[in-house]
Design a protein around this ligand. Structure first.
Ligand SMILES: Nc1ncnc2c1ncn2[C@@H]1O[C@H](COP(=O)(O)OP(=O)(O)OP(=O)(O)O)[C@@H](O)[C@H]1O
Ligand SMILES: [Mg+2]
Length: 622
């Protein structure tokens, strides 16, 4: 199996055995790391002692309450000295206040930890997902993915809470209360209480195990709902184009119905669990009280003692119930983090080898060495591809739709690794150099450029966030984009809308060209970068690039052959293989596929009239 990706930050638990359900041990490890990572080593023991003291103090007050209450009742009577009962009332009040204050202080401390946990986990997981291979992103819808991360983060927060403020205090409380009960009252009551506890825990464990499975199914349904909602919203224009608003809403409704059904099962199941538990606890309470009543009548126990006992039993049930809640929340956390944690198992081979060097500077020569490539869902797309694009020269890549031209661009960006052979820049295998350094050397205008919902300035600057305003404007000028921008009321501060869709196709393309230019790369790769532009604008950009791009390597993919006829070298690709190679003149005299395409484009041009641009190599949109 390929190595699992290293995460950007921190030290995530790696799920080793390939099972998708995360291990509790891993999650606790993570929680511990999050809780402790910001605390210096030498302060940890002190902090632990402080937390322990706070917890024990709180529990002493909580459990002390019934006893103070019992003593207070016993101290009441006609014509008694008032000092004692009044003192006890005061003590009762102080105990209550102390309990509330300690509780809330601990809650606040816990929030500090959980908020840190949420921040850390969200950032870690987000950067991990971004680093997953492109194929993963193409295979997964976004809504459910985001939902699963949100759910997973909250669950980890909850787990941190449960561990620190749920589990430990409950155990402390149970132990203290049980010891007191045992010391003050009889063995039989203590035994019955022990039996109640066992019965209760058994019921909780059995019920919650099934519940956890049901919760997993609810989560799946919830992710599907998010997928549908996010997708529908993202492609609103397509939905409207096909008047599919109702259909889209119905799909969400159907998914919601599925979710509702599954969530209802959890609810019914929860009701059964609660009723069973209540039966166990109330039954036990009834038996215990029935056993104690005779003692009061024989004066073996005072009324106050009876009240204190009843209160203590009820108090004892509280941590017991707490244990049930903790059990449920831990199992839920495991379920809720399931999908998020499984992201760390997604194999990622597109990563840096340990200690990989940066791409060394050079003239920018691109080399494909016997490269074959297949997409898993498609089969072979490139086979035995072998060519060199000389540094500083312009190489054109032409061929029918689906021939594999954009795939070549993606291999150069190392969005995928070749199945066979090697892709090299200046003699260095892309797999052997640091990924970011190789990508930094490339200025790419992809075939479908998508912009961020931000200003024109921010979108151009995305290539180089520290660029000066002058550099951004110069890049826009190079891309024949500046006149348009200057004509806008807000100029470079104009917001381009969702995915840049408030711009025309040609404006988007020119922004993408400006962005690639701003990067000031050694190598330009333009994949149909001017396909949406009129011939005059295209010619202007080509002119600009010829002067400013001097000495840079240019790889230009185009259907419109007039765009590339002046290239130093033209590669003709068909069905994933290189079929012809040479200059425009070479290829025309060869009389093969290129000559054929050229003839058809010039023919179409003559038919359309002398002013029309040349037609394209074949039907687009394959
Ligand atoms: N991620 C992918 N998964 C599976 N198949 C893919 C993927 N991307 C592209 N393909 C397939 O690989 C083939 C080559 O695609 P590519 O985008 O490289 O063609 P192209 O030459 O750029 O075509 P066009 O001129 O239409 O842009 C196509 O048949 C396409 O369906
Ligand atoms: Mg393409």
């Amino acid at each position: 199996m390929p190595p699992v990706t290293k995460v950007s930050m921190g030290n995530w638990p790696r799920v080793q055995d390939g099972s998708s359900q995360p291990k509790l041990r891993d999650l606790f490890g993570l929680v511990r790391e999050i809780v402790w990572s910001k605390v210096p080593e030498e302060r940890r023991p002190g902090l632990l002692i402080l937390i322990g003291l706070l917890l024990v103090a709180d529990k002493v007050f909580v459990i002390g309450l019934p006893f103070v209450y019992g003593a207070l009742i016993d101290s009441l009577g006609v014509g008694i000295e008032l000092a004692l009962p009044l003192g006890l009332v005061l003590a009762y009040g102080l105990f209550r206040i102390a309990d509330t204050v300690l509780d809330n202080v601990m809650d606040m401390l816990m929030d500090r930890v959980s908020l840190r946990a949420i921040r850390r986990v969200t950032t870690d997981v987000y950067s991990h997902i971004l680093r997953l291979p492109l194929s993963y992103h193409l295979d997964n819808r976004k809504g459910g993915l985001a939902q699963s991360v949100e759910r997973g983060t909250r669950a980890l927060e909850d787990l941190a809470n449960v561990t620190l403020l749920g589990f430990l205090p409950i155990i402390i409380e149970l132990v203290i209360a049980y010891i007191l009960l045992f010391a003050r009252y009889d063995v039989l009551s203590a035994m019955i209480l022990a039996a109640t506890m066992v019965l209760y825990l058994l019921a909780v464990v059995l019920f919650d195990r099934v519940r956890s499975r049901l919760v997993g199914r609810v989560n799946e349904a919830e992710d599907r709902v998010s997928d549908l909602i996010v997708e529908g919203l993202s492609y609103a224009e397509t939905v409207k184009t096909f008047a599919a608003e109702t259909r889209q809403a119905r799909a969400v409704d159907a998914a919601m119905e599925d979710y509702r059904g599954r969530a209802m099962k959890v609810s019914v199941y929860f009701m059964l669990r609660q009723v069973t538990i209540a039966l166990i606890l109330s039954g036990s309470l009834v038996i215990l009280l029935a056993l104690t009543v005779p003692k009061v009548s024989t004066e073996a126990l005072t009324v106050g003692g009876f009240v204190a006992l009843a209160a203590l039993i009820l108090r004892l049930f509280q941590p017991l119930r707490g244990l049930g809640i903790v059990n449920r929340r831990i199992l839920d956390s495991l379920r809720h983090t399931e999908r998020m944690m499984s992201l760390f198992e997604v194999p990622n081979t597109i990563t840096d080898q340990p200690g990989a060097p940066d791409l060394a500077p050079g003239p920018g020569t691109l080399r494909f060495e016997q490269v074959s490539f297949d997409y898993p869902s498609k089969g072979q797309v490139l086979s035995g591809l072998d060519f060199t694009a000389e540094g500083g020269r312009t190489t054109a890549l032409v061929g029918p739709t689906g021939a594999g031209k954009s795939t070549i661009q993606k291999l150069l960006l190392r969005l995928y690794d070749p199945t066979e052979g090697a892709v090299r820049i200046d003699g260095q295998d892309l797999r052997a150099v640091r990924l970011d350094s190789a990508r930094d050397a490339l200025g790419v205008v992809p075939q479908d450029c998508v912009l961020f919902h931000d200003t024109i300035d921010a979108n151009i600057r995305y290539a180089r966030p520290d660029a000066t305003d002058a550099a951004v404007r110069e890049a826009a000028r190079m891309a024949a984009f500046s006149d348009f921008v200057e004509s806008l009321p807000l100029k470079y501060d104009t917001v381009v809308g969702d995915r840049g869709l408030k711009l025309s196709g040609g404006e988007r393309q020119r922004l993408a060209i400006a962005r690639a230019y701003l990067k000031n790369p050694r190598i330009f790769i333009l994949d149909e970068a001017t396909s949406s532009l009129d011939s005059a604008t295209e010619a202007e950009i080509v002119r600009n690039f010829t002067t400013a791009g001097e000495g840079r390597t240019q790889l230009i993919i185009a259907h419109r052959l007039s765009t590339v006829m002046h290239a130093d070298q033209i590669l003709v690709l068909d069905g994933g293989s290189l079929v012809e190679q040479g200059t425009h003149e070479d290829l025309l005299s060869l009389g093969g596929l290129y000559a054929d395409l050229w003839e058809r484009q010039t023919e179409a041009k003559t038919e359309a009239g002398p002013d029309a641009g040349p037609a394209e190599t074949s039907n687009r949109g394959g």
